[in-house]
Design a protein around this ligand. Structure first.
Ligand code: ZN
Length: 296
């Protein structure tokens, strides 16, 4: 079963529901970045948030970037998602030498810091949201972000379940939001339901589908599924993009690299794909860099 996001409403349309199962894509990320357990947990949670928040966007060409920066040993994480279920991300540090036997809490790895959210909705300036981390466990931090920055009452759950060898067994999460002016009875029923909500990844591990899990959760609130959508870890890097990144380091450094007369290798941050550039390639980039300036 591939990873997917389920979109639904409940409580006569007064509750918006987004739920995702993301074990496959989180395992892909773990394999690419060779993360230790706590880093897999943190990155998996943020990737799941990316899948969910990407699917919440209205326009097909929108992009969302979630950036966590903290003063803990993990330092930070970055995740980008589009509205079509594609998500990618990386940790700033991939291995904290932690083990499953003596786990580090995600909040200790991240430390104190902030969550930044960038929404590129095709306008000149992207929307930027910011909130301090209140727990560092990520789900509560997103709940706080929604309350502070977007004034939307939201419940967020994000989870990653690991196998004994550190590979990903299950991952998933949900974002549940109240529409403005929701009836008090609906709010009470939702709070009641959420207070008994068991762990999503445990239920997935029992073989339950998102549909069944959400149906059970909203049993008195009449869940209506509107859409399901595949979500996956995909990187859209290319030689062209990496070349742009090389240009951004500046002429002086490029000239220095060329004078070293050695091939250089650049890894994509998101997927670790290797791109190799010979001194001739670098000279070519430099020549093109000069061309527009001469014209101007
Ligand atoms: Zn890549």
């Amino acid at each position: 079963m591939p990873d997917y996001v389920l979109k639904a409403t409940a409580g006569n349309g007064q509750i918006r529901v987004f739920a995702a199962t993301t074990g496959g894509l989180v395992e892909t990320a773990r394999r690419l970045h060779q993360t230790s357990p706590v880093v897999t947990q943190a990155l998996g949670r943020l990737l799941t948030a990316g899948s969910l928040m990407g699917s919440m966007m209205k326009n097909a060409d929108e992009l969302i970037t979630l950036k966590i920066a903290g003063d803990g040993p993990l330092s930070g994480l970055l995740v980008t998602a589009d509205a079509k279920g594609n998500v990618k991300g990386y940790p700033y540090v991939n291995d904290l030498s932690d083990t499953l036997e003596s786990p580090i809490p995600v909040s200790d790895a991240i430390g104190e810091g902030a969550l930044n959210i960038l929404k590129d909705i095709g306008l000149k300036d992207p929307y930027v949201g910011y909130s301090p981390l209140i727990s560092g466990e990520l789900a509560e931090d997103l709940t706080y972000y929604y309350a502070q920055s977007e004034q939307i009452p939201t419940s967020v759950s994000l989870g990653v379940l690991l196998n004994d060898d550190g590979t990903v067994r299950q991952a998933g999460g949900f974002i549940i939001q109240l529409m403005p002016d929701t009836d008090d009875e609906v709010i009470d029923a939702l709070e009641e339901a959420l207070s008994h909500a068991p762990s999503l990844t445990r239920l997935l591990d029992e073989g339950k589908t998102l549909e069944t899990i959400m149906d059970d959760l909203f049993k008195d609130l009449n869940l209506k599924v509107s859409k399901t959508e595949i979500t996956r870890f995909i990187c859209d890097c290319s030689r062209q993009r990496i070349t742009k990144a090389l240009i951004s380091i500046g002429k002086k450094d490029l000239i220095e690299m060329i004078s070293d007369q050695e091939d250089i290798e650049v890894n994509c941050d998101f997927c670790k794909e290797k791109y190799s550039f010979s001194p001739e390639d670098l000279q070519n980039i430099l020549d093109h860099l000069d061309a527009p300036e001469k014209e101007g």
